[in-house]
Design a protein around this ligand. Structure first.
Ligand code: NAD
Length: 448
């Protein structure tokens, strides 16, 4: 059995991958490689990761084109984010390994960190290479070996990564790839007794299933799940900047970003002004062929995702939200959705509570600051967020009240060394930087 992979811009089949129901050989290969790999020095593991980083950099344009073909991100986004970030993440782990292992002393105890063992990495399609490397780099840095199951929607970049891992000279068995659907392949991996840690990125529903499957073996789990993040614009903020950056954040990768600020919270007195700014910003998003440099919004990654987003747009209209911008024309072929701005959105409605994962912005009114914080914290998710104010100190105070894993103040930029992850239905565990590295370690106390 094999699974066809579609180019979402052309609807053509561009490749296929085998459906592997038996993950046993990959887990066994990872187990066999674990001893020798974890016995390498930090410097030796750093050299391997640096070699892989350099190969990714040398093949960046080719990888970006492949990711654009398999999931539809515009080439500039693919090059800068989809490929740029994994290179930065590999570099961060090379740097981390360059320093001596930190020694923690507690009284007569020396606290050290061991690798966890065999890591199962299960990843989605929206940033396929980044989400893989965000697990692979720290897992390998800490001395673990990995079995990876990429999304069946966009698995081609993982196949290419496997080639590059081999070309970089990493030992056989440290990175193993299995392809297939979530069920049975992903489920078999999550429930495999030979796996010591499941690191999962994907939807909240699949995350729950993965955690339940892993629980039968008491396997450790970290979950990076969905989001419904709030962009809180306080009345004294620079409205033009807040809305411009906010719309850009919401529409990045056609809205298929787990951290997207999909809810724009504005003071009721500024609602109409903000709607006008958002509509003006949204109308500058050219939709079309993701290989065309003029394109800012490519297609959604699959027909299923397009249909899901369209059904949420209908749901928003049915629930009484005002369509301030939308229904723009899109190419006949390809899984496109024109960008949408909904105004006057009820914060309890489906489009304000559920992850849509498409270019749909919901503008919500608040009465005062407490109301803004209450609305921001009113979804089951807690992944990202943003606060804008003329006073950084004031914005920081509001940021501290937000129940979420990350908050950007006045457009503070993404930091690939900062802990990344969520709370509630956004999951648990952290990726990136030293926190991401520690996620792949087990703490041991040695009494002296
Ligand atoms: P998905 O949950 O459908 O699939 C993710 C991965 O899990 C895929 O590899 C899939 O095959 C696998 N899978 C599905 N069901 C499974 C099961 N029962 N057992 C084991 N594996 C299973 O998600 P998706 O549609 O590929 O990606 C979009 C979702 O991912 C969104 O909800 C998005 O918010 C989330 N996401 C989260 C983050 C984050 O870091 N928090 C990042 C990106 C995407």
């Amino acid at each position: 059995m094999s699974i066809d992979v579609y180019n979402p811009a052309t609807e053509e089949v561009i490749g296929s991958v085998p459906e592997s129901a038996d993950v046993g050989p990959a887990v066994a290969a990872a187990r066999a490689a674990l001893g020798p790999w974890s016995a390498l020095s930090r410097g030796e593991r750093a050299a391997h990761l640096a070699a892989l980083r350099d190969l990714l950099a040398a093949h960046a344009d080719e990888l970006a084109a492949l990711i654009t073909a398999e999931m539809g991100a515009p080439l500039a986004v693919a090059r800068k984010v989809q490929v740029g970030l994994p290179i930065a993440v590999l570099s961060s782990m090379v740097d981390l390994l360059g320093a001596d292992e930190p020694e923690e002393r507690i009284g007569n105890s020396l606290v050290v960190r061991d690798p966890v063992g065999v890591v199962a990495a299960i990843t989605p399609w929206n940033y396929p290479l980044h989400q893989t490397v965000a697990k692979l780099a720290p897992a390998l840095a800490a001395g673990n070996t990995v079995v990876h199951k990429p999304s069946e929607v966009a698995p081609l970049s993982a196949l290419r990564l496997l080639d590059l891992v081999r070309e970089a000279g990493l030992p056989e068995g440290v990175y193993n790839l299995v392809t297939g659907y979530g069920d049975p392949t992903g489920a078999a991996l999550a429930g495999h007794p030979g796996v010591d840690l499941v690191s999962f990125t994907g939807s909240t529903g699949a995350g729950r299933t993965v955690a339940a499957l892993a629980a039968t073996n008491l396997t450790r789990v970290s979950l990076e799940l969905g989001g419904k993040s709030a962009n809180v614009v306080l009345p004294d903020a620079d409205l033009a900047a807040a809305v411009k950056v906010g719309v850009g954040n919401c529409y990045l990768n056609s809205g298929q970003t787990c951290t997207a600020w999909t809810r724009l919270l504005v003071h009721e007195s500024q609602h109409d002004e903000v709607v006008a700014l958002a509509v003006a910003a949204a109308s500058r998003y050219t939709v079309g062929d993701p290989t065309d440099p003029a394109t800012r919004l490519g297609p959604l990654a699959s027909a299923a995702q397009r249909d899901r987003v369209l059904s949420y747009i209908s749901r928003g209209l049915a629930d009484g939200a005002k369509l301030a911008h939308g229904n723009g024309s899109v190419p006949d072929v390809g899984y496109y959705v024109a960008p949408v701005v909904f105004a006057d959105v009820d914060p309890a409605s489906a489009i304000a509570q559920e992850e849509i994962f498409g270019p749909v912005l919901s503008i919500i009114r608040y009465r005062d600051e407490d109301d803004a914080v209450r609305i921001a914290n009113s979804t089951p998710y807690g992944l990202a967020g943003s606060v804008w104010s003329g006073s950084q100190e004031h914005a920081l105070a509001v940021a501290r009240r937000m129940r979420t894993g990350q908050v950007d103040v006045n457009g503070g930029s993404f930091n690939p060394l900062a802990p990344f992850g969520g709370i509630g239905d956004s999951g648990y565990g952290r990726e990136l930087g030293v926190h991401g590295y520690e996620e792949f370690t087990s703490v041991k106390a040695i009494q002296l």
